[in-house]
Design a protein around this ligand. Structure first.
Ligand code: FES
Length: 361
């Protein structure tokens, strides 16, 4: 799979917004380009430039507690696609398209079979790789021409993750908060947020820990996993945060955020408290989960963790550089993907060392 031509897509998106033809758009004005970048970069669907870029990363889609014996099937929305997450009769977890490949029966109303997820309409069964069988009494008759779209699922740190991009599938990054075993983890689950992952999620909502008029300096730096921000107050107080590509944020906690579509984000927070060695493999761990219903509705209620952009009205030194850097990085990665290369933050070695996302903790 290759991404669409970024420049052509950019021109087309502007043309759509302005109600003109693609040929009438000139990519020269800085203001137009800035708006256009966000129109294009914010989009999540397959076939859109940034949608194809976003597909190069693993995302959380549900908590392990969300699939139970009583509720083994769950609808999941990720990058503008609706999918069905299920646990088959042997405990294996799968993620497949939400419509049956026969005549489109809704798989969310299916039934659990030892071999996979059964369609309620005519008893076709799909395993976790999307292979299709007609179940006749206890026989499974293969229907190879009816294979469904299915995606890999990994359990890690009490979360189900998926990768919906092209092969080869990268490794699931072992960020420190998720992978450390010398302590305990805790998850906080939030209702979905009505916001675009770029325009409102990363970019605009901001309640900085150090106010603008108290900021002495703000510095951004590129790392192997994203962008770090270091803010020093006039009194010498230091705050460090990181954007972990493509959408996650690291403060004292790790805020994992999955773009569900162009207007919704699913978010969970993971906290880690150092302590005695637990000896529990994160791949089998089910940390305690707390629900926080107090944050919902829209970007205005996103908790105070986003601050790659300006430090409130007036801003501080280097205030907008995070925004500029992030967008430049996304554009650079669009071109890399267009050329068949991995975007920044891709991890290929499944045995990689734990990724330290906060050097001072
Ligand atoms: S629609 Fe699913 S088996 Fe017929």
């Amino acid at each position: 799979m290759t991404a669409a031509d970024p420049e052509a897509a950019l021109r087309h998106a502007i043309a759509e917004q302005m109600g003109v033809t693609d040929g009438e758009v000139t990519l020269t004005s800085e203001a137009t380009e800035a708006t256009a970048h966000d129109i294009v970069l914010g989009r999540t669907g397959p076939g859109t430039p940034c949608g194809d870029l976003l597909r190069r990363y693993w995302y959380p889609i549900a908590l392990v507690r969300d699939l139970t014996e009583e509720r083994p099937i769950k609808a999941v929305r990720i990058l503008s696609e609706t999918l069905v997450l299920f646990k088959d009769g042997t405990g294996k977890v799968g993620l497949m398209q939400d419509r049956c490949t026969h005549v489109g029966g809704p798989m969310i109303y299916g039934w659990i079979d030892p071999k996979g997820l059964g369609c309620g309409f005519h008893d076709w069964v799909f395993d976790t790789e999307g292979n299709c069988f007609f179940k006749f009494y206890n026989r499974y008759i293969p229907r190879p021409w009816a294979k469904a779209k299915a995606y890999p699922v990994q359990q890690y740190a009490g979360i189900y993750w998926t990768y919906v991009g092209p092969e080869p599938i990268p490794a699931l990054p072992r960020y420190d908060i998720l992978a450390r075993t010398d302590g305990t983890r805790r998850i906080t689950a939030y209702p979905e947020i009505q916001a675009n992952w770029l325009a409102d999620g990363i970019g605009d909502a901001s309640v900085p820990p150090i106010s603008a008029d108290q900021t002495e300096s703000t510095q951004f730096a590129l790392t192997t996993y994203g962008i770090t921000k270091r803010t020093v107050s006039r009194t010498g107080e230091i705050d460090e945060q990181a954007l972990i590509l493509p959408t996650h944020l690291r403060t004292d906690a790790l805020w994992l955020r999955t773009p569900m579509d162009d207007g919704h984000i699913w978010q969970v927070r993971v906290d880690f408290v150092p302590g005695p060695e637990s000896g529990i493999d994160p791949a089998e761990e089910t940390p305690e989960v707390a629900d926080d219903e107090s944050h919902h509705a829209d970007a205005a209620t996103i908790p105070p963790f986003v601050s790659l952009d300006s430090w409130g009205s007036g801003g501080g030194p280097n205030a907008d550089r995070g925004q500029v850097l992030l967008r430049a990085l996304l554009l650079q990665d669009l071109h890399r993907v267009h050329q068949g290369l991995d975007p920044l933050g891709t991890v290929r070695n499944p045995e990689h060392a734990i990724i330290n996302t906060k050097l001072n903790s």
